[in-house]
Design a protein around this ligand. Structure first.
Ligand code: PMP
Length: 359
């Protein structure tokens, strides 16, 4: 059996080291995972309460339309219910976008390095990929505009960008949207939206009123802390959401996931606490980097990319032996560095001790 030709040059997504694997390998009892930008504070207690009641009727298919979650977000974000599309994480919406708008002969533009799923899914569709290098961790928006041609169907803006954490500001984004042809879909991936503290952040939902070629992606996986339940969503005009719904699997979010997302979204107090503690711990980590004379990218997220005088693999392996899983920059397009999730205060302090010893 022959898979598509392009598969010959592709590999499946390889998750980082898993907690149990590291425990076994190093004979450690406690592992701190700071590799995938999950919420170290977990999730709202209200999610647990709801799940206990929700977890009953597994023989029934879920509500594929996610009616209650849709209504909640439609009210909260002041958009029409049908402007929303839900996915098994925003990962799935990225895939839906590729299946809807990309094919052989078309091309798509993205930064490099950025979130790898854009490229992965676009390649599967046979589209040509145009990667525009970041400048100091930021998108080169003019470079991306210059790359647009008559075959460009989708441009990906990851803001704040993974793996750098750098955000596109409001003014730059508006300028970009003004110059971008109207028949090119602009995907604004705001997976880390809730962590942004800059006053220059774009109001993406406001932009949706002006620009018809925009889709905003958000997720319950990061600040809301329910990555394991796989709920992400897109917000766009009706033409786009209707098209994506054709590509959507009929029951792509679970009942438990939908109910948990509702409970998580309603607990804005937990979110605020997450935001505050993350920011404090990030500032602390930045101070540590300054003290150690380590460079880093400006981060508006719950992770920090730290530049190193040596290969990221060396620090990655050292920290692994101490029970800390981070991501080596080698796999992320910046070999001399590591990306680490901002964790709980005590864990970050212990991490700093290890880093001090290593450096
Ligand atoms: N976009 C970005 C920028 C991400 O970092 C991630 C998660 N790593 C996702 C999308 C996908 O998140 P999820 O599928 O869990 O919503």
């Amino acid at each position: 059996m022959k898979a598509k030709k392009v598969f010959e040059s592709m590999t499946p997504y390889k998750p980082g080291k898993q907690i149990e694997e590291v425990k076994k390998e190093y004979g450690l009892d406690r592992i701190v995972k700071l590799a995938s930008n999950e919420n170290p504070f977990g999730y709202s207690k209200k999610v647990d309460e709801v799940i206990q009641h929700a977890a009953k009727s597994f023989e029934i298919y879920p509500d594929g339309y996610a009616t209650d979650l849709r209504q909640l977000l439609s009210d909260a974000l002041s958009v029409l219910p049908d402007q929303l599309v839900f996915g098994c994480g925003s990962d799935e919406i990225i895939d839906m976008i590729c299946r809807t708008y990309l094919e052989e002969g078309s091309n798509t533009i993205m930064a490099t390095p950025t979130f790898p799923q854009y490229k992965h899914n676009a390649m599967i569709q046979g589209a040509d990929i145009k990667e525009i290098p970041l400048i100091n961790g930021y998108h080169d928006l003019q470079g991306m505009l210059d790359a647009v041609d008559e075959n460009t169907n989708v441009v990906w803006l990851c803001t704040p960008n993974n793996p750098t954490g750098c955000m596109i500001n409001d003014q730059s984004l508006k300028l970009f949207m003004d110059k971008c042809p109207e028949d090119v879909l602009v995907v604004l991936d705001e997976a880390y939206y809730e962590y942004i503290s800059s006053h220059e952040a774009p109001d993406a939902l406001e932009l949706l009123k002006t620009y018809n070629n925009l889709i905003v992606l958000r997720t319950f996986s990061k600040a809301y802390g329910i990555a394991g339940l796989r709920v992400g969503y897109g917000i766009s005009n009706l033409e786009i959401s209707e098209a994506l719904n054709i590509a959507r699997g009929p029951f792509n979010t679970t009942d438990v996931g939908q109910k948990a997302a509702i409970a998580a979204f309603k607990d804005q107090e937990f979110l605020e606490q997450t935001r505050k503690e993350t920011l404090n711990n990030k500032i602390d980590m930045i101070n540590f980097c300054d003290e150690m004379e380590l460079g880093y990218f400006d981060s508006e997220t719950n992770f920090l990319f730290i530049k190193l005088p040596v290969s990221g693999d060396l620090l990655f392996n050292y920290l692994l032996s101490k029970g800390f899983i981070v991501r080596s920059g080698v796999a992320l397009g910046f070999p001399n560095g590591v990306r680490l999730t901002i964790g709980a205060k005590e864990d970050m302090q212990e991490l700093q001790t290890h880093m001090r010893n290593f450096l």
